[in-house]
Design a protein around this ligand. Structure first.
Ligand code: FAD
Ligand code: NAP
Length: 547
């Protein structure tokens, strides 16, 4: 008999959608507060992002000592990471270890995609339907569906004509892909492509990279995990995890509380060199105003461009790879292992498609920049319909049968990134309007799961049946998210943070940039005031509002 259930019970307290890091921790917490819960997962295994993104070179861009759970008893002390930035197979093993060790599998139903969920106002429950036609009734639904879980392949003409193999980094096959002797195209130069290229180039006969927008990337300085480094983290976990929870990005980094333009050019250069050698996303902590001040940002951007110019032998290729038309850090900064160096290989070519885009696929390859290219394989590293795409793929209907996609037509509207008015008892983990993708996601996931389960425990304790965000609270939050975003340089980039990578998607800044520490304080304050901004109901229809 499978250790996973294969059918849904008719009734549940909580249905969790997704069994990535969010879904796993949710199950653990929900059990502790005595609610019956089931996680349903579209994939055939747990791990979410790390189950799907099996492309060569996939690894975390936040150090493993930090990109790991802090909340499972015993786990952070026992688990040994083999590298500073662990690779996908190891992170997936970790997710599976968690599922086994904490007995979560008995409540995880795999190969089950939720297609619809409707709120029954009379019963105060959600009717959830799966792709296979199973139906269950749940008091609460928690969308642990991920921010980067709907892979996006562009609508190129001729997709069906192409006779070679195609792959999307976010939907990589489980069996090994052997590119030996092949001519490979990689479309895209985001984080996924930047990780995949050096590995694929080491195997394939030839790789052609099609670049629309160059990216700023910082070397990871990855390597085997030094035993004393891991031991030091383990000895100081209690303090450092707490620091991360109250930080801006959910990370403990060496910060510098100076403004870039307040120091001399020599001091600036020294600081950038120091942070460049520290590596990874912490480069953006070299000064305290790099995401706020255009001049400060430009000084950091030029430093990185100069690193690219120094690394890449061909000056024309180097200039194409050096981003110039958006501020550094306003697209997710990439973290690489020898990405720019890879363009010095004889078997790697860069094609700039900025002004002459890919026209379409042919039987043999693709046409771009007016030229026909032939390939044995095409890798789409073209990203995701981030933050809203996965939710939009589920027919979610709240009060008065309102569809969430209709309510969000002009952009997502949430209170605290956790709930949306008119959709009672429905929660999102790391939803739009939460810091999520701007942070070390483990910290954000744990905070969301803790906050939601604390609210459910509160409702259980007080005999409350439904909870809904009030409209004024939601309106205020949406406004606040927008105002804070526009105090930064982020809206200047055509990024997936802005919905800009999906044709027709509303252009607005999706995550909350106020910082995970400040955000946590707001969430905690709402809870401490008896859940300000939320309205509760009991079965006898008495409305209780804390606002
Ligand atoms: P996910 O891991 O995305 O899991 C969501 C799950 O929900 C998926 O398994 C999906 O199949 C399932 N699902 C979705 N819709 C349905 C449905 N309708 N029915 C049933 N199941 C459904 N973050 C960092 O902080 N640091 C990193 O280094 C980092 N690296 C990343 C690397 C890659 C390649 C990508 C794509 C993302 C990375 N992220 C990183 C972000 C990463 O998504 C989060 O860190 C984290 O893994 C998200 O966990 P989650 O459980 O919230 O969502
Ligand atoms: P991405 O950052 O959105 O990059 C997609 C790339 O594809 C971009 O270069 C984009 O160009 C290009 N592209 C999209 N449509 C195209 C088209 N029609 N023609 C040509 N090029 C096209 O996606 P991603 O690299 O998968 O990364 C997404 C996010 O996942 C990251 O930002 C990060 O948060 C996470 N991630 C993290 C890691 C890690 O290091 N741990 C690794 C992978 C992913 P434009 O820029 O011009 O749109």
């Amino acid at each position: 008999m499978s250790e996973h259930p294969t059918t849904l019970p008719p009734e549940l307290d909580v249905l969790v959608v997704g069994a990535g890091f969010s879904g796993l921790y949710l199950l653990h917490r929900l059990r502790k507060i005595g609610l019956t819960a089931r996680a349903v997962e579209a994939g055939s295994g747990v791990g979410g992002t790390w189950y799907w993104n099996r492309y060569p070179g996939a690894r975390c861009d936040v150090e493993s000592m930090q990109y790991s759970y802090s909340v499972f008893e015993g786990l952070e002390q026992d688990w040994e990471w083999s590298e500073l930035f662990s690779a996908q197979p190891e992170i997936l093993r970790y997710a599976n270890h968690v599922a086994n060790r904490y007995g979560l599998r008995r409540d995880i139903q795999l190969d089950t995609r939720v297609t619809a969920t409707r709120f029954d106002e009379t019963a105060g429950r959600w009717t959830v339907t799966t792709q296979a036609g199973e139906v269950t009734s749940a008091r609460f639904v928690v969308m642990a569906t991920g921010c980067l879980s709907t892979a996006r392949t562009p609508d190129f003409t001729g997709m069906d004509d192409y006779r070679g193999n195609t792959y999307h980094t976010g939907h990589w096959p489980h069996e090994p892909v052997d590119f030996s002797g092949q001519r490979v195209a990689i479309i895209g130069t985001g984080s996924s492509a930047i990780q995949a290229l050096p590995v694929i180039a080491g195997q394939a006969a030839h790789v052609t990279v099609f670049q629309r927008t160059p990216n700023y990337s910082i070397p990871s300085r990855n390597g085997p995990m030094p035993a004393d480094y891991a031991a030091d983290w383990k000895n100081h976990y209690a303090k450092r995890r707490q620091q991360a929870r109250h930080s801006r990005n959910g990370l403990v980094v060496k910060g510098n509380d100076a403004s870039a333009m307040a120091v001399s050019p020599e001091q600036r250069q020294t600081a950038y060199e120091e942070y460049w050698h520290l590596g990874g996303t912490q480069f953006m902590a070299a000064f305290n105003d790099l995401i706020f001040d255009a001049e400060a940002n430009e000084s950091a951007a030029e430093f990185v461009r100069n690193q690219i110019r120094t690394t890449v032998n061909d000056p024309t290729v180097a200039e194409l790879l050096a981003p110039k038309d958006y501020p550094i850090g306003t697209k997710r900064i990439c973290v690489d292992s020898h990405y720019f160096e890879t363009f010095n290989r004889d078997n790697v070519a860069l094609v700039d498609i900025r002004h002459r885009p890919i026209e379409g696929l042919t039987t043999e390859g693709l046409v771009a920049d007016g030229t026909d290219y032939a390939f044995d394989a095409i890798v789409f590293a073209t990203g995701f319909d981030a933050m809203t795409g996965t939710l939009a793929a589920i027919d979610i209907r709240g009060r008065a049968h309102q569809a969430l996609v209709d309510k969000w037509e002009a952009g997502p509207r949430t209170y605290l990134g956790l709930t949306s008015h008119g959709f009672p008892n429905l929660f999102m983990i790391t939803g739009p309007g939460s810091p999520s993708v701007l942070s070390n996601m483990m910290v954000s996931i744990e905070q969301h799961v803790d906050w939601v389960t604390d609210l459910l425990a509160h409702m259980k304790h007080h005999g409350l049946d439904t909870v809904d965000a009030t409209l004024p609270a939601e309106d205020d939050w949406v406004e606040h998210v927008n105002v804070v975003a526009h105090k930064t340089l982020y809206p200047r980039a055509a990024s997936w943070y802005m919905g800009a990578n999906i044709p027709g998607k509303p252009r607005l800044f999706l995550p909350y940039i106020g910082g995970v520490g400040a955000y946590r304080e707001r969430c905690d304050a709402a809870a401490a005031s008896g859940y300000e901004g939320f309205e509760f109901e009991t079965k006898n229809s008495q409305t209780q509002s804390a606002a």
